[in-house]
Each structure stands twice: as C-alpha cells, then as structure tokens.
Design a protein around this ligand. Sequence first.
Ligand code: JD8
Length: 237
Amino acid sequence: MQIDLISIFPEFFNSLNLSLLGKAQDSGILKINVHDLRDFTTDKHKTVDDAPYGGGPGMVMKADVWGLAIDSVLKKSKTKPVLVVPTPSGKVFNQKMAQDLSNEDHLIFINGRYEGIDSRVVQFYQSDQRIKAVKEISIGDYVLAGGEVASIVMLEAISRLIPGVLGNEDSTSDDSFALGSMEKLVEGPVFTRPENWRGLFVPPVLLSGDHQKIAQYRLEEAKLRTKANRPDLGEDN
Ligand code: JD8
C-alpha cells in the first residue's frame, strides 16, 4: 500500500518509522511519503492560512495551496487513491472502516490545522475522476488541534490489518471489535510472570493448563469488562 501524508508539521509522522509501520516499510509492504504543505505555497511568507469569510475566530487553511499539494501527489499516483480527511465533523472511525481502508492500494491523508481547511477542497476532489473517494473521518468526540494525530491513529489500525504487517505470532483474528465476531467484547485482563506481584496473584485457572477452563474464564472476564465499560457494545450483541 502507498500512503501519502500532507501537513504543515511533517515531522509529526517521524513516529511512522518505528515499530510495526517501520518494519512494514523496510519489507516494502508499505510505502510512506510525507509532504510539507508549505512546499506548495507561492508567496515568500509561505502562507497556508487566511481569515474566515463571514468572520469568526481563528484562521482557515487556503484551498489553493491544498490544491497544488494534492495535485502534486496525484501526479505520482499509479492507482486511484482514497483521500482521508481527519475532521471532528466526519464519520466516526471504527474497525470496519479500518478493514475497508486496509484493502485500498493508495491512501492520501489530508491533515488540517487552525479552524480547518476551506471546504471547497473536499467538494472539489469528491467529483475528481482521479480520486476513488474522499472520506471525512473523526476518531472520536473530543476536539484535537489538528489532523496529524488522528491520521497516525487510523494508520496504526489500518496497517496492522494488511497481510504481512503483523508478525505471524500476532494475529488479528481475536481482535476486540473484530468484524463478524459473534459478540463485540472488549479485551479481558492479561497476566505474565511473576506469579505473585506485591501480594497480587495471577488467577490460578491460568496456571491450570485446562484450556477449556482458561477459555471460559477469559470469556467471562471479557463479558464483565464489556458490561462495566462498554454497555453500548452489548446493545447489538
Ligand atoms: C482535524 C483542525 C482543529 C477543529 C476548531 C480546534 C479528527 N476526533 C477529532 N477531534 N478533532 C479532530 C480534528 C481537529 C482539527 C483538524 C481533525 C483540523 N482541527 C479545529 C474544529 C474546531 N479547531 C478530530 N479526526
């Protein structure tokens, strides 16, 4: 999969070279390109924002600069990309969306700042034949200062679903929220050595070797934690 990210803070994405995503780049499964939006400005002050039409607080990012940046990435695109636009007014991200996006060949993440991006940018590319789709996505009901962190969240969730990214010891089959899983349950408690930590002992059933009893224990604990923390998940169970 090819991934392009455009932002006025490109260094934000240095973390994509670590861990899973770093290895996936080394193995060629992922090709990640980061672009500085200011490289597409046309004035000596590298201006990317301006006052909002209609007044109001803050500044809005300029459509003309974003257009030059996105077109430049499209010129190098081999397949029709999906534009992902993190925004608090988008559809809320979930595992199904991560699964769907993990099947794409090329994603372009449009990372806004300030009060957001001139809305004509999304409007323009929604009808652009070079683009497969424009997806405005929110990662949750809280306000961030920009799109970069949201893009990293989505990229981690998407990339680990791409075959070969997760080591064979890890699998997504027992993921919480995994699609098609009968019950949407959150993860239960986990334990490792030492058996006794500060007087707190690992539940004995986990030391019993009785795999049926262990599976039963884990299911019960997952249900208890789901009931306690995510009763909303139970609704469609
Ligand atoms: C993109 C600019 C900041 C948002 C004025 C604060 C996602 N779940 C989410 N919460 N916030 C964002 C998000 C916030 C952004 C941008 C995503 C670009 N801002 C703006 C509107 C109110 N400031 C997000 N995904």
